[in-house]
Design a protein around this ligand. Sequence first.
Ligand SMILES: C[S@@+](CC[C@H](N)C(=O)[O-])C[C@H]1O[C@@H](n2cnc3c(N)ncnc32)[C@H](O)[C@@H]1O
Length: 195
Amino acid sequence: MFFVDENVYEPAEDSFLFAENLAVGEGSRVLDMGTGCGILGIIAAGKAEEVVAVDVNPFAVRCAARNAKANGVADRMLFVQGDLFDTLRVGERFDVVVFNAPYLPVKCSGVSWVERAWAGGCGGREVIDRFICEVPEYLAVSGRVFLMQSTLCGVDETLLRFKERGLEARVVAERALPFFEAVMLLKAERTDLCV
Ligand SMILES: C[S@@+](CC[C@H](N)C(=O)[O-])C[C@H]1O[C@@H](n2cnc3c(N)ncnc32)[C@H](O)[C@@H]1O
């Protein structure tokens, strides 16, 4: 059961596709980037030892903490307000990093808290590209990144950007949405570990 504040993204098709394909090992450390109401982090906390849930939106952080308590996993979760990785300790490593990212081509400045859930800048890639650039520094040696995005902001470009940062990525799930768009879940891991 999830409470969703009016200033927070209400879980939708992308969240549900992500949740259906979320693979988290027993005892792992998970980073739930852009936690929203906490849906992915709370599901991950069913298996993980610790989940750090980050969101730039202070309403989301409060909402996720409330939902973690209601779902009995608050003792395994930490909640942090911040812009991507800027409030995390340098050297912190996670086995799994999940991010249902803002991916629509909508300018980021001057938007409301809830609009920041989907506003990905002019080309839709502003937050995604910053995320890909920084995520390798926070990934355990055999860690995995799961990133959700739309076909509207260039899946091939995401694959290329991961590669430039030493991660091999591929599409592991997708769902068509109305109006020529599909959402895709990408999984990325270090190149030297891929078979
Ligand atoms: C599409 S919503 C996903 C919410 C939730 N994970 C889900 O699947 O329903 C994207 C989330 O990313 C957050 N977000 C946007 N830009 C961010 C940033 N720069 N740093 C951290 N979180 C950000 C938004 O506030 C929003 O909660």
